[in-house]
Ligand binder design. Structure first.
Ligand SMILES: NC(=O)c1ccc[n+]([C@@H]2O[C@H](COP(=O)([O-])OP(=O)(O)OC[C@H]3O[C@@H](n4cnc5c(N)ncnc54)[C@H](OP(=O)(O)O)[C@@H]3O)[C@@H](O)[C@H]2O)c1
Length: 200
């Protein structure tokens, strides 16, 4: 079976790792084409992905046509656009629907932390999460969660009956944890240990 996969945000913190994995000897034989989207096809990261075998396609974030053209032929679209990218995430979704992609990964990649909530709940009556599905407590709405929630809802509506939506919850990125203060790092270690012990 021939599968063409496109990654939007392929040169980003997460997107670069995803794209490198798709281009690895383990996965590449199963994927006929890997398309990496970027606004700057001449960057060092774009060149690295090109050398690994990706087809680099330029996008102009101000043009919907440019996104549709860049996603032309994609069966699977991975949206790895970052949170501070304006409406680019939504434009990628619109273009994925327009080109008839069959599978769509929204830019989720949050931390599934139900057990963290209960751990903190033992200390104080708190709920903490970067997974918008758990963010249902009144009085606080993080803008990233509301944006992600709205995005997934839109994807479900636009893709209904046409496109499978797969949301991935990855856990916290280790490099982000170790780049914070020692106290925050210690807190994360405690919470993640609890999380793993609870079998998530
Ligand atoms: N679980 C965790 O701990 C964790 C941590 C961080 C992020 N995340 C999640 O992972 C996903 C990706 O985040 P990320 O940090 O990897 O993203 P990022 O590096 O900030 O952005 C990814 C790419 O988006 C592209 N882009 C397209 N239009 C853009 C615009 N208008 N402004 C800025 N960039 C634009 C850029 O590529 P070009 O310049 O090549 O066009 C950029 O490299 C998000 O959903 C985020 O919430 C999770």
């Amino acid at each position: 079976m021939s599968i063409t996969t496109a990654i939007a945000g392929a040169t980003g913190n997460l997107g670069l790792s995803i794209t490198r994995q798709f281009l690895s000897p383990t996965l590449k034989p199963h994927l006929s084409r890997i398309i990496a989207l970027t606004r700057d096809p001449s960057s060092a990261k774009a060149n690295e992905l090109r050398n690994l075998g990706a087809e680099i396609r330029a996008v102009d974030s101000s043009s919907d046509d440019s996104l549709r053209t860049a996603l032309e032929g994609a069966d699977v679209v991975v949206n790895a656009i970052g949170s501070r990218s304006g409406d680019m995430k939504e434009k990628v979704l619109d273009a994925a629907v327009a080109v008839g992609a069959k599978v769509y990964f929204p830019s989720e990649f949050g931390v599934y932390v139900q057990s963290i909530c209960s751990t903190l709940g033992q200390i104080a009556d708190l709920q903490v999460s970067s997974d918008h599905r758990l963010n249902d407590f009144p009085g606080y709405e993080h803008s990233e969660w509301t944006t992600k929630r709205a995005h997934v809802e839109r994807a479900k509506q636009l893709g209904a009956g046409k496109m499978k939506i797969i949301s991935l919850y990855t856990g916290a990125f280790l490099e982000m944890i170790v780049s914070v203060s020692p106290l925050t790092f210690l807190l994360w270690v405690v919470l993640i240990t609890k999380q793993s012990n609870s079998g998530i």
